[in-house]
Design a protein around this ligand. Structure first.
Ligand SMILES: C[S@@+](CC[C@H](N)C(=O)[O-])C[C@H]1O[C@@H](n2cnc3c(N)ncnc32)[C@H](O)[C@@H]1O
Length: 259
């Protein structure tokens, strides 16, 4: 898979040389190319921004410079990603979809953002354009979003994470639940014992305990996620766990939180 990131601060993307992503790049599993937007400017000052039409605070990134940059990078089948706080939420599903895409180009905005005609223009040309938000807050630029995207997508590519089973059990995975709490040695730390079942060697009991913990944690922390789990995926034991927490089940509404 190839990911191009265009930014006026290419140095910001240096962490992409580290850890699993760096290793994946060196192993040829992922081709990440970072570009300096200013390389596509034509004036002496390498200008990428101008005052907002209609007036107001801040500066807006110019469509002509972005157009030159993106024309050279966007090909047939490319997904163009524009990070913006007004985009759709970037989730594990978004990462999964992008991991199945051969080529993603991330255009990192700065200032008040990129002239809106850039997204419109590439959509009109038939390019898949996705405006994504990391969350309901405002960052200074899209580089952090690009780092998040590359890391979330890269770990889904075959061969990047050592044990693919760890991807299945994780939070926001296929089960739609948060992951159970995890423990390691020593079995007692500062008078806090790890749950004895994890030391029992009883595989089925460990599995059941983990499932219960996942359900409890999701019910308490992210009831919105649990409400999206289809009822047929919740067996009798699952329902008992949730009933203890005041949840009910309705064929039409699915799992319903207390209150
Ligand atoms: C200061 S922000 C612009 C905010 C914009 N004026 C608004 O209110 O929607 C500059 C750039 O940071 C990035 N950015 C800021 N917050 C973000 C978020 N929550 N998710 C993704 N990208 C974000 C985008 O690339 C954006 O173009």
């Amino acid at each position: 898979m190839r990911i191009d990131v265009v930014s006026i601060f290419p140095e910001y993307l240096a962490p992409l040389d580290l850890s699993l992503v760096g290793k994946a790049r060196r192993a040829g599993l992922l081709d990440v190319r970072v570009h300096d937007l200013r390389d596509w400017t034509t004036d002496r000052h390498r200008t990428v921004d101008d005052a907002p039409l209609g007036g107001g605070a801040g500066m807006v990134m110019r469509p002509d410079v972005w157009g030159e940059a993106l024309d050279g990078l966007v090909e047939q089948g490319t997904e163009l990603v524009l990070p913006t706080p007004s985009g759709e939420r970037f989730t594990q599903r978004t990462a999964e979809r992008m991991a199945a895409t051969g080529h993603v180009v991330v255009a990192c905005g700065r200032y008040e953002g990129i002239d809106a005609r850039v997204a419109d223009h590439y959509r009109e040309r038939g390019v898949r354009v996705t405006e994504v938000s990391l969350g309901d807050y405002v960052l200074n630029g899209g580089e952090v979003a690009a780092l998040v995207l590359v890391e979330a997508v890269a770990r889904l590519l075959p061969g990047v994470v050592g044990n693919p089973q760890s991807l299945v059990e994780e939070s926001h995975g296929a089960a739609g639940l948060l992951e159970y709490p995890v423990f390691t040695r020593p079995p007692v730390w500062r008078d806090l014992p790890a749950p004895p079942v994890l030391l029992s060697g009883h595989h089925a009991k460990v599995e059941r305990w983990r499932r219960d913990q996942s359900l409890r944690r999701t019910a308490l922390r992210r009831p919105d996620l649990l409400q999206q789990v289809p009822l047929h995926e919740l067996d009798r034991d699952d329902r008992h766990v949730l009933e203890d927490l005041g949840w009910t089940f309705d064929e039409r509404d699915g799992a319903v939180p207390p209150g």
